[in-house]
Ligand binder design. Structure first.
Ligand SMILES: *Cc1c(COP(=O)(O)O)cnc(C)c1O
Length: 242
């Protein structure tokens, strides 16, 4: 590494450390306010565009779960990562599942039966089962990933019979331009689906993980019931796309 790069990284390392401390405090406070313990909330660091060196610094500070968005970027950084629980959180094309099946512990972005079936096929071939979350298009946005809410239960029933896939919960990203009040309503609706479906005790469907909330709104998501938040820019700083 050149000296300049080392200097760049050392500034970023210090920022990450400070940001992580602040985020952990905010998570703990939001958890307590909603009657839960800080350790009931899982922090997943969203690592898109962030160099592996910087992510590894976060891992060294105790970040135990990271999420990548793009298959190519995940594969590029995979060997450089320190040991960590690696998940996939981005839009996933069926023909790219093969690159992930032996690399990630969970795919958070299952939105249709075809994708779930391909994950199952490849997981069975690898003699494993893949944990997944079903992504819900809670804001009913066009061109947005996720199953529409009214189709969620039907999709869960179809996925439940697949031998290589284990549904662990739900994931959602509310519309970016929603007001705070609207975002809170979307989070609350998600929590309602999560609770209602959990109460049905569907075969082979667990409702243990509700993944929602990002840098701008993770405290709100926790207060609405999220137990996993995916935080990127407020941990690593603004993203620099190449
Ligand atoms: C980028 C991303 C995040 C984190 O977003 P920030 O606003 O940077 O915290 C969370 N979830 C998904 C699916 C993402 O793509």
């Amino acid at each position: 590494m050149t000296e300049r790069l080392l200097n760049d990284f050392s500034t970023r390392f210090a920022d990450v450390e400070e940001n992580l401390k602040r985020i952990r405090e905010a998570i703990a406070e939001a958890a307590r306010k909603s009657g839960r313990r800080p350790e009931d909330i899982t922090l997943l660091a969203a690592t898109k565009t962030v160099p592996a060196e910087v992510v590894n610094h976060a891992i060294s500070l105790g970040v135990a779960h990271i999420g990548e968005n793009r298959v190519q970027e995940l594969c590029d950084k995979y060997d450089a990562y320190a040991p960590v629980d690696l998940q996939f959180i981005g839009h996933l094309q069926t023909n790219k599942v093969k690159y992930l099946i032996d690399k990630v512990s969970m795919i958070q972005s299952v939105e249709n039966e075809r994708l779930a079936a391909e994950i199952s096929r490849l997981a069975v071939r690898a003699e494993k089962s893949m944990d997944v979350l079903v992504e819900v298009n809670i804001g009913r946005e066009e061109n947005k990933s996720g199953v529409l809410p009214e189709k969620l239960e039907d999709l869960l029933e179809r996925i439940a019979v697949l031998p290589g896939v284990h549904v662990r919960g739900l994931m959602a990203i509310p519309p970016a331009r929603a007001s705070e009040a609207e975002t809170m309503q979307f989070f609350s609706k998600m929590n309602q689906y999560f609770v209602d479906i959990g109460a049905k005790r569907m075969d082979n469907i667990d409702m243990h993980i509700l993944s929602m909330g990002m840098s701008a709104d993770y405290a709100m998501a926790i207060s609405a019931g999220a137990n996993m938040v995916r935080v990127g820019s407020s941990l690593f700083g603004p993203r620099h796309y190449q």
